[in-house]
Structures are given as structure tokens and as C-alpha cells.
Design a protein around this ligand. Structure first.
Ligand SMILES: NC(=O)c1nn(CC2CCNCC2)c2c1CCc1cnc(N=C3C=CCC=C3)nc1-2
Length: 310
């Protein structure tokens, strides 16, 4: 990825037309004061930025055009934008795309900033989360996943690194670079994506992903939040995959019984048999009615403060 100066190069070029739904202004990099780098991908850099006119902070994903073209990833970048546009601003648990614009070198996605970083960092720092915390965050993730799936979007790389925390320490699911829109009732998609410890067996065995693959990843995430370690971890990626395919995992002593049952209903080899796999937007959610969530008030889930992290 091209390393960017603190302030993008200013050239007397007309910024391209931006997608700024709230006004007729034409956005350009000069409208922002860029700060720290939040993350780097193979063809993108995410930077903290302040919109000069309002003072509002955002995360701006900068995609290098030449790199996208050379690596034939332009369609991937546009697919990510389409997923983000389809998800819109409709859910508090999903990072929202505010605007896009481009210049001669880069595409710019102006996204919500989640100032409190990754869930992964919390789990690493604390070892594991308190049961109350794990329950609260799992409920938020379930709520966001069901919203996403109701819009026929699958994430395909859910993991604690992609679960960010906003200013109120609420979940924000991010990085839809591996996201997929299922067209016209399509149930499954072919393409290899994902991160070793969270990949569903059907992806390893049949290169197949579906909404249910996100549910498998959810099971892995809940296990990790409570146990403080991966459900599936071998000495190599290949051995990790072998454990996933043979469903070789075990709960540590003292793992909460309701949480154990919840995780066990998701870490199921057959995608169709996972809890919530056959849910439709009009059918009741089997995930939400699981006993693990007995103490969750789904109506105030996004306004309730999180329990203490440890
Ligand atoms: N790939 C992305 O779309 C993306 N990547 N990041 C940073 C990554 C850092 C590594 N783990 C995955 C996320 C972001 C976004 C969206 C938008 C976004 C919004 N806020 C933050 N905030 C962070 C704050 C502190 C540390 C890391 C990220 N980060 C992002």
C-alpha cells in the first residue's frame, strides 16, 4: 500500500464527484485532517480523520487505485462498497459508510470511527471476558448478524479483530472486504475467504459459505470470549483445519452451562443444523430465545451500558 503523507498530496485537481448524500458539497481529501493509521490491509490503509468543517471524526479507508488494478481487486473494492451501501446506517452494531470520493490515486471510504478499538485487544488484555460481558456482546453481535442476514449480506470473516468498540463500548462489526451480497434467494457463495481459527467446515471442505458460516464464526467467538482461548487451534493452519473438520474442541472446566449449550448449537458440522440457520426475517429468532440470553432485554440492548469488562 502506498504510504500516505500525514496530509494527502494536494494538487490543483478537481475532486471527483463524491457521494455526500447530505449536501451538494464535493468532498476531497483536503476536507479532512488525517491522523493515526488504524489498520493496513493488502490494498488499503485505514486512517483516523477529522472532517474539518464539522470537527467530526471518522475512519477513512484509503484504497490505492494502481494497486487495486495491478492485483485485479477493483471489483472487490467496489463489492465492499456495495455491501456497505446495502447495509446503510440502519443498525448501531455495524460500521456505517457515510461518503465515498476519489482522487487520481485513491478511493476513499468515509466510515464510522470506533475509537475504543478491537474486541480482540480486550480479550488479549483481560485473558477472557466476564460472563455478563460475553453475554452482552454476544447479544449485540447476534442482533447485528440478524440485521445483516435479513439484508442477504454475509460477512465471511467474523472474528474478534473485526468486532470494534464505539465510544460507548458497544459492538461495531467492521471490514466487509470479504462481505458478500446473496442475490435473489441465493443461499450459498463460493470463494475462499476467512481466518483459520474461525473458518466453518463447509468452507474448508466445499469452498462454500452461507449465512450459516457466520453462525459458526459466532460460536468460535463466544467460546473465545469466555474461555480466553481459541476453540480450534493446531500447531499449524493445516492442523487447525483438521480440528475444525473433525469438530475437535473441548470446553474448559467451569465454562457456563448455558453458554456451553449455545456454543454447541453453533459449532455443528451441518450448516443447516446450526441454531438460527433457517431463520427468515419474519420468523422468530431461535438465537435470541436461547437460555443464554434469558437476562438480556433486547429492547434496550443498544442503550444499556456494557457490564464491567472483567
Ligand atoms: N478494514 C476496514 O474496513 C477497517 N479496518 N479498521 C481498522 C482495523 C484494525 C485491525 N482490526 C480490524 C480493524 C477499521 C475499519 C473500518 C472502520 C474503522 C473504524 N474505527 C476503527 N477503529 C480502531 C481504533 C483503534 C484500533 C483499531 C481500529 N477501525 C476501523
Amino acid at each position: 500500500v502506498v504510504s500516505r503523507p500525514a496530509q494527502p498530496r494536494s494538487k490543483s485537481r478537481k475532486p471527483s464527484r463524491s457521494q455526500n448524500p447530505s449536501a451538494n458539497t464535493r468532498l476531497s481529501a483536503q476536507d479532512f485532517q488525517f491522523g493515526e493509521t488504524l489498520g493496513e490491509g493488502s490494498y488499503s490503509t485505514v486512517m483516523r480523520a477529522r472532517y474539518t468543517r464539522s470537527g467530526q471524526e471518522y475512519a477513512i479507508k484509503i484504497l490505492d487505485k494502481n494497486h487495486l488494478i495491478r492485483k485485479e481487486k477493483m471489483l472487490v473494492a467496489l463489492a465492499e462498497k456495495n455491501v456497505l451501501v446495502k447495509l446503510g446506517a440502519g443498525h448501531p452494531g455495524i460500521i456505517h459508510l457515510h461518503w465515498t470520493f476519489q482522487d487520481e490515486w485513491s478511493l476513499f471510504f468515509v466510515l464510522d470511527l470506533a475509537p475504543n478499538g478491537e474486541m480482540q485487544s480486550r480479550i488479549s488484555r483481560l485473558g477472557s471476558l466476564s460472563l455478563a460481558c460475553a453475554r452482552y456482546y454476544t447479544a449485540q453481535i447476534v442482533d447485528a448478524i440478524e440485521y445483516m442476514h435479513d439484508k442477504d449480506v454475509i460477512h465471511r470473516d467474523l472474528k474478534p479483530e473485526n468486532l470494534l468498540l464505539d465510544s460507548e463500548f458497544r459492538i461495531k462489526i467492521t471490514d466487509f472486504g470479504t462481505g458478500k451480497i446473496l442475490e435473489n434467494g441465493q443461499e450459498r457463495a463460493n470463494s475462499f475467504v476467512g481466518t483459520a481459527q474461525y473458518i466453518a467446515p463447509e468452507l474448508l471442505e466445499r469452498n462454500e459459505t452461507s449465512k450459516s458460516s457466520d453462525l459458526w464464526s459466532l460460536g468460535c467467538i463466544v467460546f473465545q470470549m469466555i474461555a480466553g482461548r481459541f476453540a480450534f487451534q493446531g500447531l499449524s493452519e493445516y492442523l487447525t483445519w483438521q480440528k475444525i473438520k473433525s469438530l475437535e474442541y473441548s470446553f474448559p472446566e467451569g465454562f457456563d452451562e448455558d453458554a456451553k449449550d449455545f456454543v454447541s448449537t453453533l459449532l455443528v458440522r451441518d450448516p443447516q443444523q446450526r441454531l438460527g440457520a433457517s431463520r427468515t426475517p419474519s420468523s422468530p429468532s431461535l438465537l435470541r430465545s436461547h437460555p443464554f440470553f434469558a437476562s438480556i432485554n433486547w429492547n434496550t440492548l443498544w442503550t444499556d451500558p456494557p457490564p464491567p469488562l472483567d
